[in-house]
Design a protein around this ligand. Structure first.
Ligand code: BV8
Ligand code: ZN
Length: 237
């Protein structure tokens, strides 16, 4: 039995499914990953940009980086991998899509039950009060201010050193504990606590990636290739 046949067998038998996605699933939509060749972090260092300290020190630079990413994402379309996950959700009893991605492509592909454990790049939220809004485009005229209290707004994402949203995280952990199959697609499994979810699964794990990750030795099936090809192949043609 080939790894793909084994993976298909696991998929066919699972009614409670959890999927963890990372930047790799959006690579075929033209969005650079964080750590791959030409990755986002190549040009910038994470500690320079995706941290509260960086924002404190230089909100203009951090906002310019997020606006640049919003513009890039605004031009991108969901790919066959995103669409395959949205279709899978409609075929099984329980489906939880846990994503580290902040690009919103899973929403645009039609997924419903999305657990955004690192937030959403389109959200802008106040640094001082509870005001927040979803921005629709990459318009930018300097760091935006809160219409309620005049404080700076920040991108609604989780930065390094910041807690993940409590309720979303608890739901993601429960989804992994309850599932009959966990699929991990397009993540280098280096960022915690997200990567820790993989080790928490008692169910079989299918890893979809173009290269090995620290969890490859622990997974049930490692499929090598791009997620836009492999995810649709998990279902009988
Ligand atoms: C927390 C949102 C603490 C923002 C992101 C030292 C100092 C400070 C913190 C730490 C430290 N050491 C460890 C930590 C903890 C830290 C961490 O894990 N650091 C890592 C770097 C070691 N974690 C945190 O800080 C987290 N918070 O721990 O709280 C705390 C604890 C108690 C009390 C108070 C506080 C917060 C982490 C969240 C950070 N935010 N994003 C933004 O996007 O700007 S992380 C960022 O990395 C993205 O979310 C991204 O999704 C995520 C993970 O990266 P990947 O998605 O895996 O992407 P990557 O490029 O790495 O890999 C792509 C993969 O796809 C590759 O494997 C590639 O082979 C594959 N691929 C490529 N193309 C394809 C493909 N696969 C299939 N098909 C393809 N076509
Ligand atoms: Zn405010």
């Amino acid at each position: 039995m080939t790894p793909l046949e084994r993976a298909r067998q696991l998929v066919a038998g699972a009614e409670r499914v959890a999927v963890l996605t990372g930047a790799g699933i959006s690579a075929e939509s033209g969005i650079p990953t964080f750590r791959g060749a030409g990755g986002l972090w190549r040009k910038f260092r994470p500690e320079d940009l995706a941290t509260p300290e960086a924002f404190e020190r230089n909100p203009e630079l951090v906002w310019e980086w997020y606006i640049w990413r919003r513009a890039l994402i605004g031009e991108a379309q969901p790919n066959a991998g995103h669409l395959a996950l949205a279709q899978w959700e409609r075929r099984v009893q329980e489906f939880s899509l846990i994503t580290q991605n902040v690009d919103g492509l899973h929403d645009r592909a039609g997924s419903r039950r999305i657990l955004k454990i690192h937030g959403d790049i389109w959200l802008s939220r106040c640094t001082a009060c509870s005001y927040q809004r979803m921005d629709r485009n990459a318009e930018y005229a300097g760091p935006p201010r809160c219409p309620e209290c005049e404080a700076l707004l920040r991108p609604g994402v989780v930065w390094f050193g910041e807690q993940l949203p409590r309720l979303v995280w608890d739901t993601a952990e429960r989804a992994v504990h309850d599932c009959q199959l966990l699929v991990v697609a397009g993540t280098s499994a280096q960022v915690y606590p997200a990567a820790g979810l993989i080790g928490q699964s008692r169910a079989p794990v299918i890893e979809i990636n173009i290269e090995d990750t620290p969890y490859t030795p622990a997974v049930s099936v490692a499929l090598r290739g791009v997620s836009g090809d492999l995810l649709p192949q998990l279902f009988e043609p």
